[in-house]
Design a binder for this molecule. Structure first.
Ligand SMILES: Cc1cc2nc3c(=O)[nH]c(=O)nc-3n(C[C@H](O)[C@H](O)[C@H](O)COP(=O)(O)O)c2cc1C
Length: 345
């Protein structure tokens, strides 16, 4: 389906300053599936300005054009660096006004760029209902769709998606309002015999977990935080070091409100402030504005305790910042060893 060697998919890591070009290219090059992100900043405007505009609902054509341009400049650079396979993320939440334009631009590009059409295997839609499936499929792409509840996975399959991607509450970044964790989420989804491939993630940092997922009926593991904390990731270097620190534990994340829904962050004064704002009844747009400021602190290499740093519970199991090819080798080795131990029982 994806023309990959390993059952590993890079999760969407939508960014402000960072673009994850090196990371995506290395993952694709290693024989796993890379993932081009849906940007949150542009070459002309930083996170604070973009999120401020979004929080006021004041998207303008120029901003949308810049976001489309940024996504395609990421694709250009990924294509320059690898012949491997990747997918592209488009968040389709109702507040994500740029989604239709991003999808149109990808479809248009596939019609005239053969290299892109052959390496880009699909569009992963997330953070909303899968309403672009037909358009995406007619353009020759697969539509993968992210869900966080079994009931949503069933609905996505009924609306015709090609792959249903489930991510549990342990995950970094946006999570469901209903806290269903990866283990019951995966079992609850595979149990329905949906007759559509399932990929899954949320909390995956070692190969034993990948074997676990495959054994439960999943086709590939969907991994974000482990790759975020890698040599090629262009996330804030100091943030990567803190996330990889052996003193950082599984308990060091916090759920706080974010641009589209609740999200999981590394615990900082900044993310706790966002959480408290919600508890005190702040409006969505006040929270979004504050979040924009805190993303900007991360981008400007400011005081990390004041920043918003998205990361999943997997940080408790990550103690190094290695090259991606080494991470993938290790994941596969651990996965095979786990399988052999199981088979020997
Ligand atoms: C920094 C960061 C940015 C993210 N951005 C997006 C995004 O733009 N779109 C999306 O669908 N998911 C996004 N996610 C969620 C991931 O795609 C994925 O669900 C999650 O990383 C999987 O769990 P894990 O982090 O435990 O591996 C993001 C996660 C992180 C950590």
């Amino acid at each position: 389906m994806f023309d990959i060697e390993y059952p590993i998919i890079q999760a969407a890591l939508g960014g402000t300053e960072w673009d994850m070009v090196e990371l995506t290219a290395e993952i694709a090059d290693a024989g796993a599936l890379g993932h081009v992100q849906h940007p949150v900043a542009t070459s002309k405007r930083g996170a604070k300005e973009v999120i401020n505009k979004i929080s006021k609902g004041s998207w303008d054509d120029e901003l949308i054009e810049e976001l489309v341009e940024r996504q395609h400049s990421i694709i250009d650079r990924v294509l320059d660096q690898t012949d491997g396979s990747f997918i592209v993320n488009v968040r389709v939440h109702e507040r994500q006004v740029d989604a239709p334009d991003l999808i149109q631009a990808l479809i248009h590009r596939a019609s005239e760029d053969r290299e892109f059409a052959s390496q880009c295997k699909g569009i992963l839609t997330s953070a909303g209902a899968p309403k672009y499936t037909k358009q995406i499929q007619e353009a020759g792409f697969l539509n993968l769709h992210t869900c966080a509840l079994p009931i949503h996975a069933k609905k996505a399959v009924e609306s015709g998606v090609d792959v249903v991607n489930v991510t549990g509450y342990e995950a970094g970044g946006h999570v469901s309002h209903q806290p269903v964790h990866t283990f019951p989420l995966v079992a609850g989804t595979t149990k329905m015999d949906l007759d559509t491939p399932i990929t899954a993630g949320g909390g995956v940092f070692n190969g034993a977990q990948i074997t676990g997922l495959l054994t439960m009926g999943v086709q590939a593991a969907y991994i974000g935080t482990r790759f975020l904390v890698s040599k090629e990731s262009d996330y804030n270097q100091k943030a990567k070091e803190i996330l990889a620190d052996e003193k950082t534990g599984f308990e060091d994340t916090v759920i706080a409100p974010s641009l589209l829904s609740d999200a999981r962050f590394y615990r900082t004064k900044g993310s706790i402030k966002l959480k408290k704002m919600k508890e005190k009844g702040a409006t969505w747009s006040e929270i979004a504005k504050e979040e924009g400021k805190r993303f900007q602190i991360l981008d400007d290499q400011g005081e990390l305790q004041e920043a918003a740093i998205m990361a999943g519970q997997a940080i408790g199991g990550i103690n190094d910042i290695k090259p991606v090819k080494k991470i993938i080798n290790q994941l596969m080795k651990e996965g095979v060893n786990t399988y052999k131990k199981t088979a020997n029982l």
